[in-house]
Write a protein that binds this ligand. Structure first.
Ligand code: KIV
Length: 269
């Protein structure tokens, strides 16, 4: 499978859109999971700040730090021979000042081996995003439901349902393209609006809860693998039931230990 060993680049994202090839992206936060995704030929792995929820059990993405993101991203990047590794800049790492944002962006790139960074927000952060891109770092934007603003939004509802927010989103999409972003994630917005955004720019729009008429899709890996049956928003399709598989495996192990049938002779020295 010679194609699988070619590393996907930010330029490939734009070429894929031009060629009509959809981009598949999942989140991962650890080496072994990233190895499986990479070997499966996934285009891109997002080391999302959703690690705050998924790996740490926090209620939102606000608490996760640059230091913590670096540990997750470094582990994922080590595994990826093929998949483009995109790392989230966490809350507080780019909002304070351009200088601070540059320092954090450079640090994440130097210490992780990630291939690019994702930053939430449009007009408000476009100057900062431009500086980071000027330093040679590929940046993916993120608009719509930007989870770092959950406290301002008052929840995780669908964004840009009214005309004013929809128009701002379309303006922000163009601003981010002009700033040099290589892609934009659009989260939880009406499908028709996402389709308009995708048609308006040459860079790929990666949707999550944004309908099918965009240039790619991203999901949280644990969500699509069915690790947490209590979390199933409408936009998630579950492709496996890892919760069931893991629960049954743990129960079988426990039973074997208690019955003294594990380890057997072949499993002993
Ligand atoms: O952190 C994350 O997982 C994300 C995706 C939801 C796009 O930003």
């Amino acid at each position: 499978m010679p194609d699988l060993v070619k590393k996907v680049t930010s330029k490939d994202f734009i070429a894929m859109k031009a060629n009509g090839e959809k981009i598949a992206m999942l989140t991962a936060y650890d080496y072994l999971t990233a190895s499986v995704f990479d070997k499966a030929g996934l285009d891109s792995i997002l080391v999302g700040d959703s690690a705050s929820n998924v790996m740490q059990g926090n209620a939102n993405t606000i608490p996760i730090t640059v230091d913590e993101m670096i540990i997750y991203a470094r582990s994922v990047a080590r595994a990826c021979k093929h998949s483009f590794v995109l790392c989230d800049m966490p809350f507080g790492s780019y909002q304070i000042s351009k200088v601070d944002a540059m320092a954090n962006a450079v640090r994440i790139m130097k210490e992780t081996g990630a291939d690019g960074l994702k930053i939430e927000g449009g007009e408000e952060y476009v100057d900062t995003i431009e500086c980071i891109i000027r330093a040679g770092i590929p940046v993916c934007g993120h608009l719509g439901l930007t989870p770092q603003s959950v406290k301002a939004f008052g929840g995780y509802g669908v964004r840009a349902k009214d005309d004013a927010e929809a128009e701002k989103l379309l303006r922000d999409v163009k601003l981010l393209e002009n700033a040099g972003c290589f892609a934009i994630v659009l989260e939880k917005i009406p499908a028709a609006l996402a389709a308009r955004a995708a048609a308006a720019v040459k860079i790929p729009i990666i949707g999550i809860g944004a309908g099918v008429d965009v240039d790619g899709q991203v999901l949280v890996g644990q969500d699509m693998l069915g690790v947490d049956p209590s979390f199933h928003p409408k936009f998630v399709r579950t492709y496996a039931n890892l919760n069931k598989i893991m629960t049954e495996a743990v129960q079988a192990f426990s039973a074997d230990v208690k019955a003294k049938t594990f380890p057997n002779e072949n499993e002993s020295y």
